[in-house]
Design a protein around this ligand. Structure first.
Ligand SMILES: Cc1ncc(COP(=O)(O)O)c(C=O)c1O
Length: 359
């Protein structure tokens, strides 16, 4: 994001910088991923990962969708596949915009939210309609339903939401989806779902199993700590996925597939990540309460904090080598900054800096 690029330049990126602006995983990948990738290097003269079929099987099992070994083979028609892998969920989302949005169409996405699909919609010549959140920073599904008209072709649900960290529950999303006309695709972006502790959080794949017009995107960038590998995937019914495939080329490298398989074989790492995120957020909440600052309780990788002069606080933190997002500049969230979770030391350094700046 430009804010942190500017901060990087202005402070000359000293070593030891604390980057709490990109929602990365501060504990890193599972050690077994690093081992698997190192071992794979020795065989990198070969195109494919011999175990890549296992990847599709594991993902299908994770989400309870059908899996056919033959369809997952590279070069297979994959007309019956429920899972599609790609280099980062962003790339899949781009293909989904091109597959379903044409000039004259409308896409509905709340604001503040990730906003990437709104940008892609506009690139496809469609119009992005941004609906407000509730006063509690939660998706207002009623406002979204009210915005649907005959031009609406897609709605976007980022769950948990970025930048608020709030969730849409399964019951609420399920009745919202059931009430939509079948021509309206529902894209559920679950980039932060691995970090959500609230069991009421909607299960997008469960809805994709039920509704042909639901598409889910997931990423290994957050919970699995593999952002640099750029691995994401989509889950949808085969007819829906076939359409995405027509607009989505390429496949992740063997190295990336190896990393993803090893990551899936260590599900405890996601648990460790979720625990690290909770511990960091608890440090932030405690400091906010002590300092009398309002904040939004988050099921994701970051917390919104009302600091007053968001630009000045973001700049003062950057001077101390701590990068956060000025949420007022990025999303119009008055007086707020968005702070990614850090490891324990980073989290404590951040709250101490905040205390000092605001004193
Ligand atoms: C809500 C949301 N969706 C998708 C992405 C993109 O993830 P990926 O790294 O898989 O492209 C991000 C990245 O920050 C995100 O915040």
């Amino acid at each position: 994001m430009s804010t942190d690029n500017e901060a990087y330049r202005s402070i000359g990126l000293p070593p030891g910088i604390i980057r709490l602006s990109r929602n990365e995983n501060p504990i890193g990948p599972s050690p077994s991923v690093i081992e698997a990738v190192k071992a794979r290097c020795a065989r990198i003269n070969r195109y494919e990962d011999p175990d890549q079929i296992a990847l599709f099987r594991k993902l299908a099992e994770l989400h309870g969708v059908p899996h056919d070994e033959k369809l997952a083979l590279p070069g297979a028609g994959s007309d019956g596949a429920w899972i599609r892998v790609g280099d980062g969920s962003e790339h899949l989302m781009h293909a989904m915009a091109r597959a379903f949005l044409s000039p004259g169409d409308e896409l509905i996405e709340p604001h503040p939210s990730f906003g990437l699909m709104s940008r892609y919609a506009e690139e496809s010549g469609a119009r992005a309609v941004r609906t407000p959140l509730t006063a509690d920073y939660v998706y207002d599904l009623e406002a979204m339903a009210a915005a649907v008209n005959e031009r609406t072709r897609m709605v976007v649900i980022t769950n948990p939401n970025n930048p608020t960290g709030t969730i849409v529950t399964h019951d609420a999303l399920s009745s919202f989806v059931a009430g939509l006309p079948e021509r309206v695709m529902v894209l559920v972006d679950e980039a932060y779902a691995d970090l959500a502790e609230d069991l009421a959080c909607a299960d997008g794949a469960g809805l994709a199993r039920e509704f042909e017009y639901v598409l889910v995107v997931r990423t290994f960038s957050k919970g699995y700590g593999l952002a640099g590998f750029r691995f994401g995937y989509g889950v949808a019914q085969p007819r829906t996925m076939k359409r995405v495939r027509a607009f989505h080329g390429g496949s992740p490298s063997a190295m990336v597939l190896t990393a993803a398989i090893a990551a899936l074989d260590d599900p405890d790492h996601v648990l460790r990540t979720r625990n690290a995120a909770s511990a960091s957020k608890a440090i932030y909440y405690e400091a906010c309460e002590e300092l009398g600052l309002e904040y939004v309780r988050s099921e994701a990788a970051f917390v919104l904090i009302a600091v007053g002069d968001a630009a000045a606080v973001t700049a003062s933190l950057a001077e101390r080598g701590i990068l956060v997002i000025n949420a007022e500049a990025s999303w119009g969230l008055k007086g707020m900054i968005r702070v990614s979770y850090g490891n324990e030391q980073e989290s404590r350094i951040f709250v101490e800096a905040l205390r000092e700046i605001l004193s």
